[in-house]
Design a protein around this ligand. Structure first.
Ligand code: MG
Length: 373
């Protein structure tokens, strides 16, 4: 059952290269399956989300994070009667543009590019992956995904200005993305907020006391759990509270988005696109809680001294390898040397590094770092 404002696959703007219909999978189902079978998707398994491999096998990596985003996004989409196949494709592809070492890697790659008057943006990189770098078909480069998936890759988390990015003009930059794309960013926020509290607590970088003090909503759920199971282990009461915390955000997102859609009188995809604001949103109260939780995680976890050393090391590895290949392009794999004949070298080096997993970039660093040369 699809709402009247949902994206309908039979009205898709289609693929860049036309293809015959599949006998029993529609275009968005095929897009989702193409993402799952891509190399970039498999590499997510060896990319850091927040904690590197060294910590624990139980912590999230970028692949398990992606699966959690897909679960949350599907739950919300089903309640809003949106296109589940499109939502799933968008959730599964949403992080493929991330470089190794999480946000530290992104920052270092962007800084290296800025020295060449360019920049790195993971959404734009994801688009380059699905449009060019995945080589799976004889007839065309990339995955040849439907317009709505490519549009969602670009527009799920923020808007791009058409004057600044003329190459993205086809993606209707002056209009809002469909609700299927709008909800990905918030499903992402819910997923990593809950997951990072969980992993941060498990890693003993966040204490129960500081989480309870910093997050009033979590604290209220923890108190409930304590009343219900006074003798249970702290970790189990923590799990009970975290589950309710997550559920509270998901429930609010569903209810508030429904109310927004209703109040806006939006009854078609075109009305979603031309509405002045995004309609998928938390209520003001929960939005404030989300902001608080995010600020808490930045201060106590992401920028904590415990994770700082690793982050600095990741940034250094990227910076030094970037410099190395800029001055020694003959050491790039031959396919990248060929690309450098057609594109600026810094872009080619950036693409190469951005695609790497954490273990592979360490392997390259072992080969090419100043100390090993
Ligand atoms: Mg994400």
């Amino acid at each position: 059952m699809l709402a009247e404002y949902a994206v309908r696959v039979e009205r898709s703007r289609g693929r860049r290269y036309s293809e015959p219909q599949h006998p029993y999978r529609d275009d968005f189902q095929r897009d989702r399956d193409r993402v799952i079978h891509s190399r970039a998707f498999r590499r997510l398994e060896a990319k850091t989300q927040v904690f590197t491999r060294g910590y624990s096998d139980h912590f999230r990596n970028r692949l398990t994070h992606t699966l959690e985003v897909a679960q949350i996004a599907r739950t919300v989409a089903a309640q809003l009667e949106l296109n589940l196949d499109l939502v799933e494709a968008l959730a599964l592809v949403h992080d493929v543009g991330h470089p190794p070492f999480g946000h530290a890697g992104e920052k270092a790659l962007d800084a290296a590019m800025r020295e060449h008057h360019a920049f790195f943006d993971h959404n734009l990189h994801a688009l380059r992956i699905v449009e060019n770098f995945e080589l799976r078909y004889a007839a065309f480069p990339g995955l040849n995904l439907s317009f709505e998936v490519r549009e969602g890759i670009i527009k799920h988390s923020h808007d791009y200005d058409a004057r600044e990015f003329p190459e993205l003009a086809e993606y209707l930059l002056d209009k809002r993305p469909p609700l299927e794309a709008q909800l990905i960013d918030l499903a992402d926020e819910i997923a990593y907020t809950a997951a990072d509290l969980d992993d941060g607590y498990e890693a003993r970088l966040l204490s129960l006391g500081e989480i309870r003090d910093g997050l009033p909503v979590f604290n209220a759920f923890y108190q409930n759990a304590e009343e219900s199971w006074p003798a249970a282990m702290d970790k189990l009461k923590f799990n009970e509270a975290l589950k309710r915390f997550l559920d509270c955000f998901v429930g609010d997102l569903i209810r508030n988005s429904k109310a927004n859609i209703e109040a806006a009188g939006v009854r078609s995809l075109e009305a979603v696109r031309t509405y002045p604001e995004r309609l998928i949103a938390f209520s003001p109260g929960i939005e404030e809680q989300r902001r608080q939780a995010k600020a808490f995680l930045y201060e106590r976890l992401y920028y904590s001294p415990a994770l700082d050393l690793e982050k600095k090391e990741g940034e250094r590895v990227i910076r030094e390898l970037f410099e190395f290949w800029m001055t020694n392009p003959q050491s790039l794999p031959s396919s990248y040397q060929e690309k450098a004949a057609r594109e600026p070298l810094e872009r080619v080096v950036c693409d190469y590094i951005a695609g790497m997993t954490d273990p592979f970039i360490y392997d390259q660093y072992g080969k090419y770092s100043p100390a090993s040369r």
